[in-house]
Design a protein around this ligand. Structure first.
Ligand code: GAL
Ligand code: MG
Length: 977
């Protein structure tokens, strides 16, 4: 083995050479070589050096490929930082201490590969890959999220063994442009394989398939041995239909003296009659096989593709897919797994996409780098619009790098290689030049390459669009801001100056209990020409499964050690700081719409409803109007059941006949039920499910639950005639057999991440809202009634609270008011909190549900009769915070298995939460596993509850969802079951 110090690859110090993006690497292409290759995944000999120029020692351990060593038992552990680089050096420099993984294994080169061209493919390595074969340098590559291929023909001998060494240097000049908001790892994150081709081979295949059925296949052909042999030709077939040679192109080529003997070009064409076009709703794919023939007709090389016929264009301020202005219901997705970090399996990716489909998403931004290749195959197949993003984020040193000519090559290389790899995927509708890297000449250079190479797709880049949504810059055809306030988007769309489609690349930050006002956003988007949607930030909570006892990542051994969003006992979801990092950005890495185990958070149900393909567009007396809100599909793939819920507990159901509606059409359908004269408030829900099996959902999967109120609740009637005793203690606190803590005023919630990062929680702390001092002003005892007036005194002001406890037939009526001084103009809640005896385990309620909902995230929780065990009401956000609330609750019972317990009826629909944690208990801990559930229940009934907003990164909730100062009044009755 070559001494590291003499090794030319080491001597070059490529980890501090931004101009050097690769050496010996083959051009990226779209010929899929995964089939028929020799997989080299599995355990490799491994050692972790302290620096790339440290000589490897004799002590080998092993490491699993693909995988990151940071999750495989080394002392180099993951570190989470958002913007800041993990080291102080300025680009392109890196620290001398630079973990470097040396992977080695012996490979048997098949004897039958004699005479063939032998290629090594490394799926992805971060951040610099050096390749040696039998001690001889074979290549260098950068870009941690794209494959690198090396022609090993000159350095291996078929029928013999070769030692392949892959040296992966963690920190490099490239790290400065891979400063994405995620964990830092090191390793080989995608599969390694070896394949062979005939020397005469397809160097690339470009497929252009238009919605009118026009298919053009452009082939590039090379011969590894040198000039191309005479007489080669290509053929192609599309689902059995033979493609025709583009004779005109061949003729022009024959006459063109620039055409070389080294690069062959050929075109195939087809006109597919009555083509089934591709779109995200009906992702029709055709199978294409391209063959390269020798002069005698024998096949030298084959490439298989799946083809989707579709057009993407921008017309004015509309992005059109097949001529339709489609809404982009998107999410940002990282390649992530709680055990393997950035290595994701096909099955995992499929599960991601299936889940997204089931919850109404139709678009993915591959934040912030080209995702695993299989993701695009799945997006083609299941139906997603993809914004494919180049692996460029220089966040910490954005301004310096955007115009730094030393990085010019890297910018162009990264964008170009992404395009070369992914250009044939119908799902990819937009190229993105990267993320958070300011805007400079390097971006325009990349944009120029991409535009020339692929004129069929728009290009976007947020950093360019940032300077002016209507600016005619080279780097963005889309106005793609992040976290722009809705009113700014609306103002732009209404300004008359809009020139580009407005599709937010990131919006509605899903950190913790979040995504308030999502439905308001979509109401505006759907109603405003020029607004076309956006991508929620983000899909995953990137919690890494960690053993609590030794702080080590569970790694691949942790399979199955989690369920329903929660880590198994002895484990937790680690976020920033949990691996002992001193520099970190805490729980900001836990900001997805799913938990680290892909369990959907409540916002997913909100999204599902917002994206409903069929909706109740309005209610007329004799019936409802149903609308088809899709872009391409009829309603025939759906079936429905009508459900009528009456306040008195009655639920009626009837099968629904969905009308045959084309997209955009509406039709009146008669009410399925005679509305009973009695029964009170009445809600009609259309339970929409898949009528048959969809590739992403078995028959019967719920698609949406549109709902309309048929009858309002009659005004509440309370018998205010005192009837029986009311017992209070000397402080005027209710004494009740089922309550261990009497109902008192609550003005605070365990701060959500939005509350914390938006600054509200700090204000509430300054105001002392968590623990105001209660002083009793007066207690007046009348027969059957006690009136208690108290002052809740905190640093921010004094809240006068009045509680009237009246014994009424069968229970207790609690009538309350609270007066908040002007100074307390934005508190978390105004309401009542009490605690119950142990043993009450089931909550049944009439109100919105069954999942968690809040005032500004309540569009997807239908009103009905719901019931859940108390322990399942709580949502286990990684950093404990306010959770488990239910909006619009009219009444509930909280009962023990023997049906004893309590019943509460509210004066009007209110925010209620029942769980086993006090707000202070939730706020006191950093991880879910540190929570100790109480035996009894903590019950909150809120007269007003602040919306959630998205202020952890982006706009806060709207003014209409804030809790105002002034007088709040509410009442409720408490009954023993
Ligand atoms: C954006 C950024 C994302 C992520 C997000 C906050 O600014 O593009 O990568 O950091 O904010 O979670
Ligand atoms: Mg960033």
């Amino acid at each position: 083995m070559t001494d590291a110090h003499l090794d030319p690859l080491i001597a070059l110090r490529p980890w501090q050479a931004p101009e050097l993006t690769s050496w010996g690497r083959l051009p990226t292409n779209a010929v899929d070589r995964r089939h028929g290759a020799v997989p080299l995944d599995g355990d490799w000999r491994f050692q972790l050096l302290a620096a790339p120029d440290a000589p490897p020692g004799e002590a080998w351990s092993s490491s699993y490929v693909p995988g990151v060593w940071t999750l495989q038992g080394t002392d180099d552990l993951p570190q989470y930082l958002n913007v800041r680089m993990p080291f102080a050096e300025f680009p392109p420099d890196v620290p001398a201490a630079n973990p470097t993984g040396v992977y080695e294994r012996v490979v048997d080169v098949p004897a039958e590969w004699a005479g063939r061209r032998i290629v090594l493919q490394v799926g992805a390595a971060e951040s610099v890959l050096l390749v040696h074969v039998d001690g001889r340098p074979a290549g260098i590559s950068k870009d941690s999220h794209l494959a690198a291929e090396f022609d090993l023909t000159p350095v291996v001998r078929p029928g013999e063994r070769a030692t392949v060494r892959l040296t992966v240097v963690k920190w490099s000049d490239a790290s400065h442009i891979e400063d994405q908001d995620q964990w830092w790892h090191g390793g080989i994150t995608r599969s390694v394989l070896l394949y062979a081709t005939d020397p005469l081979h397809l160097a690339d295949v470009t497929v252009r398939a238009r919605r009118d059925g026009d298919l053009l296949v452009e082939c590039r052909v090379r011969d590894a041995g040198g000039p191309l042999p005479e007489g080669w030709y290509v053929s192609g077939e599309l689902d059995g239909q033979l493609l025709t040679q583009d004779a005109e192109f061949d003729r022009a080529n024959a006459e063109d003296e620039r055409v070389s003997a080294f690069l062959g070009e050929a075109r195939l064409r087809a006109a597919v009659p009555e083509v089934r076009t591709w779109n995200a709703e009906t992702p029709e794919l055709y199978g294409l096989t391209v063959r390269l023939h020798r002069a005698d007709g024998t096949v030298a090389d084959t490439s298989r593709h799946r083809v989707g016929f579709r057009d993407v264009e921008i017309d004015g301020r509309d992005l059109l897919v097949n001529g339709e202005r489609v809404f982009i219901r998107g999410v940002n997705r990282h390649d992530f797994h709680p055990l393997t970090g950035r290595t994701v399996s096909y099955d995992d990716m499929r599960a991601d996409l299936v889940l997204l489909k089931r919850f109404g998403f139709n678009a993915i931004r591959t934040a912030h780098y080209p995702n695993d290749p299989a993701l695009y195959d799945l997006a083609d197949e299941l139906g997603f619009y993809v914004v494919d993003e180049a692996d460029i984020e220089s966040h910490d040193h954005a301004h310096e790098i955007a115009d730094d000519p030393r990085y010019l090559g890297a910018f162009v290389d990264r964008a170009a290689r992404m395009v070369l790899r992914d250009k044939n995927h119908p799902s990819v509708i937009i190229w993105s030049l990267g993320n958070e890297s300011d805007y400079g000449a390097n971006h325009d250079a990349a944009a120029g390459w991409v535009r020339r190479h692929d004129p069929t797709r728009p290009v976007q880049y947020e950093g360019a669009a940032r300077h002016g949504w209507a600016d005619p810059d080279l780097a963005s055809d889309i106005a793609c801001p992040m976290y722009a306030p809705l009113e700014e988007c609306l103002a732009h769309a209404l300004s008359g100056t809009q020139t580009k489609p407005l599709i937010q690349c990131e919006y509605s930050h899903a950190m913790g209990n979040s995504n308030g006002t999502l439905a308001d956003h979509w109401a505006a988007i759907e109603a405003t020409p020029g607004l076309q949607g956006g991508f929620i930030w983000e899909f995953w909570d990137h919690g890494i499964l960690q053993r609590v006892n030794d702080g080590r990542p569970a790694g691949r051994g942790g399979a199955g050690l989690y369920d329903n969003g929660v880590a198994a006992p002895g484990h937790r979801w680690a976020y920033g700081g949990d691996f002992g990092e001193t520099d970190h950005d805490g729980a900001f890495i836990a900001d997805g719409v799913v938990f680290p185990d892909r369990t959907p958070k409540p916002v997913m149900f909100e999204h599902r409803e917002i994206a409903a393909p069929v909706r109740i567009d309005c209610f007329r007396h004799e019936g409802v109007v149903l609308g088809n809100h899709q872009h391409f599909r009829g309603l025939d793939w759906l079936s429905g059941v009508w459900e009528l819920s009456l306040a008195d507990g009655t639920t009626l159901t009837a099968p629904a006949e969905l009308p045959g509606l084309r997209p955009g059409e509406t039709a009146a359908v008669p009410l399925p039920f005679e509305l009973p004269a009695e029964g009170g408030e009445a809600w009609l829900t259309l339970r929409v499910t898949t009528a048959g099996d969809e590739p992403w959902a078995p028959r019967g999967t719920v698609v949406c639950l549109p709902q309309v109120r048929l009858r309002a609740a009659p005004p509440p009637v309370h018998t205010r005639v005192p009837d029986g005793p009311v017992e209070v203690d000397e402080d005027g606190l209710l004494v009740h057999p089922l309550l261990t803590a009497a109902p008192v005023l609550s003005l605070w919630r365990a701060p959500t991440d939005n509350d914390e990062l938006g600054g509200m929680a700090a204000r509430w702390r300054d105001w002392g809202l968590a623990e105001p001092a209660r002083t009793v002003v007066s207690v007046r005892r009348d027969p059957g009634r006690v009136t208690v007036v108290s002052d809740y005194v905190c640093a921010g002001g004094t809240v006068r609270h009045e509680q009237v406890l009246t014994a009424v037939a069968g229970g207790l009526l609690v009538t309350e008011s609270a007066e908040l001084p002007e100074a307390l103009h934005d508190v978390a809640r105004v309401g009542t909190v009490f605690e119950t005896v142990p043993g009450l385990t089931l909550l049944e309620w009439f109100g919105q549900g069954p999942w968690e909902s809040y005032p500004d995230r309540a569009a997807g929780a239908p009103v009905g009769h719901h019931s859940l065990p108390v322990d399942e009401l709580f949502t286990p956000y990684l950093r404990p915070q306010e959770s488990g609330g239910r909006h619009g609750v009219r009444r509930f019972t909280l009962s023990a298995p023997d049906a004893t317990g309590l019943a509460v009826r509210l004066d009007r629909p209110r925010q209620v939460s029942v769980n086993r944690h006090r707000a202070a208990g939730l706020a006191a801990v950093a991880h879910h596993d540190e929570l100790v559930p109480r035996a009894g229940c903590v019950v909150h009934i809120d007269a007003a509850h602040r919306g959630l907003g998205t202020a952890s990164c982006g706009p806060d909730t709207f003014a209409s969802y804030l809790v105002a100062a002034g007088v709040h009044r509410w009442s409720w009755t408490l009954r023993v079951l």
